[in-house]
Design a protein around this ligand. Structure first.
Ligand code: MTE
Length: 335
């Protein structure tokens, strides 16, 4: 598959001028100074080359101070070069907006992600409906540069912004019965054309889940931004999961519900094709997908003449952090 340039929407077309100018300064690396003046925090956020014609996503007003104060978490960040921003926002899987890689960037631009409510259910002391802003604002944002390995055998390096998943989950005080946590994407066929019955490809809404110890692992991350700005709709605004040692389909987008459960959640891809997509879905070069090898991957950007094929690493290169979670488990059976 060839990667094409993003649909180029001038940032000035989708953003009030003051914000887009402010963001340009930010992208040019002056944010550190701005953050210093406003909050006293030194922002060590990575700097990205932004072309002024590329779309920017400022997100809701409440997110800006958290983004400005974000710092890169070096311990959990890869030193690899992130994918160019146009690739990360135009080569997407988000079946709610269609099956093509460019459908999400084309069809999600009007998506309303603010205000946003998260419903918390199940085996926890604190359950109910919460405004995303209230849930997220107390935490300091981190930047984490992670590899994302899709089960389709392409991969990208992406600098996410957000908070550790464990921080958010702990505030609900899960009970001892909470063995798993389930996440659900918004169901709104009016906004998400892929959910309309006629074109439906999956059972909606999209559901994913993690075992509690996986969810509490420090690598598990909730992203509200990427490339130093709020999350674009095609990448799962306003809140998505990022689980870098698992195939990308575990990293569920546009989350509206979090449910603590005793039983293993019934996740969308596992229900759709259980022989092809396991619940655990740990990146494993030794267990092929029934229709293609998982021993290598195409690192984006890539092209016909420069395929950029690299070896796939167990747990996507994060074995030191997570292999212990699966000790004693047969990973061929629990793929
Ligand atoms: N979440 C929802 N709700 N719907 C989807 O179709 N696709 C998954 C995952 N999260 C998907 C989803 C897959 S298969 C991948 S590889 C990643 O999102 C892709 O994330 P990206 O588009 O930000 O690169």
């Amino acid at each position: 598959m060839l990667i094409k340039k993003a649909e180029l929407i001038r940032s000035s077309e989708i953003t009030p001028e003051s914000i887009y100018k402010q963001r340009r300064l930010f992208m040019q690396g002056l944010a550190g100074a701005a953050a210093l003046l406003s909050s006293g925090a030194v922002s060590a956020l990575s700097k990205y080359d932004f072309n002024e014609d590329w779309p920017v996503y400022p997100g809701p007003n409440w997110i800006q101070p958290s983004i400005s104060a974000a710092e890169r978490n070096n311990r959990f960040s890869s030193d690899e070069k992130p994918a160019p921003y146009p690739d990360a926002i135009s080569h997407n899987n988000f079946y709610e907006f269609g099956l093509g890689k460019q459908d999400p960037s084309r069809k999600a631009q009007g998506f309303k992600s603010d205000p946003w409510t998260i419903e918390v259910e199940g085996e926890a002391e604190k359950i109910g409906k919460f405004a995303l802003e209230d849930l997220i604002k107390p935490y300091k944002f981190e930047e984490r540069v992670y590899r994302l390995r899709c089960v389709e055998a392409w991969s990208m390096v992406i600098p996410w912004l957000g908070i550790p998943l464990a921080d958010l989950l702990k505030q609900f005080n899960p009970t001892s019965k909470a063995k798993y946590v389930e996440f659900t994407t918004l169901y709104d066929p009016k906004q998400m054309p892929g959910q309309k019955a006629l074109f439906s490809s999956l059972d909606w809404p999209y559901v994913e889940g993690l075992r509690m110890d996986e969810a509490m692992n420090p690598l598990s991350f909730l992203a509200t931004g990427m490339y130093g700005q709020a999350l674009p709709p095609q990448n799962g605004a306003p809140l998505r999961l990022v689980v870098p040692w698992k195939y990308g389909f575990k990293s569920i987008k546009s989350i509206v519900k979090i449910r603590f459960t005793e039983a293993m959640p019934k996740s969308t891809w596992n229900l759709t094709a259980p022989k092809e997509y396991g619940f655990f879905a740990n990146v494993n070069p030794e267990v092929d997908h029934p229709r293609w090898t998982q021993a290598s991957e195409r690192r984006l950007p890539s092209s016909l003449f420069s395929p950029n094929r690299i070896e796939t690493l167990p747990f996507n290169g994060y074995a030191d952090e997570v292999a212990h979670l699966y000790s004693g488990m047969d990973l061929r059976k629990w793929f």
